[in-house]
Design a protein around this ligand. Sequence first.
Ligand code: HEM
Length: 551
Amino acid sequence: MISYGQFLEKSLENFTYATILDGTGILRGFEQWKEKDLTSAVTLSIVAVGWPVFCICGAIYRLYFDPLAKIPGPKLAAMTTWYEAYYDVWLGGKYIFKIAELHKEYGPLIRINPHEIHCNDPNFIDDIFPGATKKTNKYRFTGRRTMTKNSMVATIQHDVHRQRRGAVANFFSSARIRKLEPIITISLEKILGRMESASKTGEVMSLNYVFKAATSDIITKYAFGNSTNFLDYPDYNMPFMKAVDSVFKMNHALMHFPWLGPLLEASPRWFCRILAPGLFDLMKMQEVWKAQVEDIRNSPDPDAGKDTIFYGILHSNLPPEEKTTARLGHEAQLTVLAGQDTTGTTLSFAVFELLANPASLKKLRAELVAAIHEPKVVPTYSQVEALPYLGAVVQEILRLHPSVVSRLPRVSPYEDVVYKNSQTGEDYNIPAGTSMNMTTWVLHTNPEVFQDPFEFIPERWIENPRLDKSLIAFAKGTRNCLGMNLARQELFTIIAGIFRKYDLYDGTGTQTCPTLELYDTERARDVDMNSDMIIPYPAEGSHGVRVVVRH
Ligand code: HEM
């Protein structure tokens, strides 16, 4: 018996992923169907009867004969992907909660759909996310979610991924990221400047937008040499952020209905504007990113954009087909959105947790005051990177509020992987080609791994720093987060810069330093994840984390 994953690897060898996604495979089949005049009543009747029989046989095969049949999990999930689609498309990003529940019922290894398994055991992290000695593919359909199938994060094959990542890895080394200090400092100064203005005007600040504006400004400057400067917009360019939100919110539909992405891409822009206005706005932004890449490529000045990521890609030894505008457009979208939404969201969570947990804020401020003597000058990374309590706060935020919550699929293309359940002693063979997954939020809130998982307890990281073995906020292995050093530098510097200056408002009116107070922000409504849309979203209608600033 072969698994579906192996079947795909073999049968699709000459029939590329791109062909399927472009819909040309479907069109070719349809042409042949028409040519052979298979539209007669007889064939249609055969199809009408044959299709349900085919589906029933397929479901029986998946349930009893597929090599994944022995993996525990609900029968319906094993039979059809509609089970998952119900939670993610119909209910809107809720399968993550169901998966957490299913682990409680069926144990640490479960089958979550006919072709994929999910694990909630930290002992299996290194098998799912191995280092460079093992080949690791991405699940074939990952790129559908964001319509960026040619970006690094969606690259299926191990060797192609290594090549693409190798072309930019240098730009994300800690030494290179340290050189971004002046850019991060400018954004931090602008954030503090906007906070001071808000204290005068009485503006309630929506931190989600403030921080996404900052992280966008930083990553676009580094990627293309031109910053978006959203922190200078009166509304932080909220409409663009909302457009990005609505694209993230389409990810499950794009994943489950393979024709949707190609249809939207091929549609006239006016049609797309009516059907998916957010996507329309994003497409306009994609054109801007592509134009910036082309500016670097075609500049008469050979040094134009010299220190930027896309200069690096264009001048790397990648073959020409890897440097087309179309492919780099996908890479640009990944770079900007991965750099913007993840860290931006994490910063909002950090401010919320510190204001909601005064004892933690008190410890953090004591540490910052001792380390940074001049409150009016924004801190440098080297001043704050080794501060133990700040480090613990960052770890705890990444654990409790990971900003990538979609499951992280990895495929061992040629070798089977064995999972040993340490509780029952049972071994499960996971055939090569199977999509194996872990989910940050599910593992990070597993009480067997992290005690009191829903409490914000930075001290746990000081008592036991080795807990980091089970922290997968940035994933692990060869396909882990490339922007991790940048994210950490932004998080440390911006959190330190804000809380060196601001204390929690205590309502007495006697405080001598500037203060922050949460404004109509409720944990259940505005902070806790309500849906997995690749990044976590709060309940519908939420305004996110908001603060009032007083000087
Ligand atoms: C707190 C902030 C961040 C978190 C929690 C985070 C998390 C992650 C995770 C979990 C992955 C793996 C995704 C997968 O396997 O499907 C990933 C990949 C990636 N991230 Fe981040 N990220 C953050 C910030 C950033 C930043 C600032 C950048 C800068 C551009 C970035 C760029 C990337 C890239 C390029 C990849 C793809 C790597 C590859 O496929 O080899 N991330 N990130």
